[in-house]
Design a protein around this ligand. Structure first.
Ligand code: FMN
Length: 149
């Protein structure tokens, strides 16, 4: 068993409305602690970006299920790597809206064009996720207890 972090992006489908997003979050926070999975889900009106951390077999199994979910499509793997420690160890699934990300961060990863998560290289995806947790730690604090729920 090794500890891994997987980052992907996807495009929402019409089957995904606000209630569906709430449901995804509820189910994630219910299921993930038992599988020793932590991470972050970021959503924007058009896409999801998710980071899953945990034992490789648990992450692989969950990713397989998520990729089949009809609430999104074009599920695209950005990065998958072995890690020494988790970035989101305190969160069963931290949740952020695209609007919460500051424009400086998006400009950093958008180059001269518009920010497009599908264009991120593995290294950029990793860096973005770490930048997010570092910048948003305060804002995400009130979501910490959810890991023990
Ligand atoms: C963008 C997205 C992210 C998701 N993230 C998770 C997750 O972190 N954990 C989880 O258990 N299910 C997640 N799901 C839901 C799964 O696809 C699936 O519906 C769920 O795991 C089924 O759980 P159940 O068998 O307990 O009903 C996600 C779905 C989507 C569309």
């Amino acid at each position: 068993m090794s500890l891994v972090r997987l980052i992907y992006v996807s495009r929402m489908t019409e089957a995904c409305d606000t209630a569906a997003i709430q449901d995804i979050l509820k189910v994630s926070r219910r299921n993930n602690p038992a599988r020793d999975i932590t991470g972050m889900l970021c959503y924007d009106p058009k896409y999801f970006m998710q980071c899953l951390e945990g034992p490789n077999n648990a992450v692989n199994d969950l990713y397989r299920d998520i990729a089949r979910d009809i609430r999104h499509t074009q599920v695209t793997l950005l990065d998958y790597q072995e890690i020494e420690e988790r970035a989101f160890g305190q969160w069963s699934m931290a949740f952020l809206r695209g609007d919460d990300l500051d424009t400086g961060l998006l400009r950093k990863f958008g180059g001269r064009g518009k920010f497009d998560p599908f264009m991120l290289s593995p290294g950029q995806a990793r860096e973005l996720v770490i930048d997010i947790v570092n910048q948003k730690r305060e804002q995400l604090k009130d979501q910490i207890e959810s890991r023990d729920r």
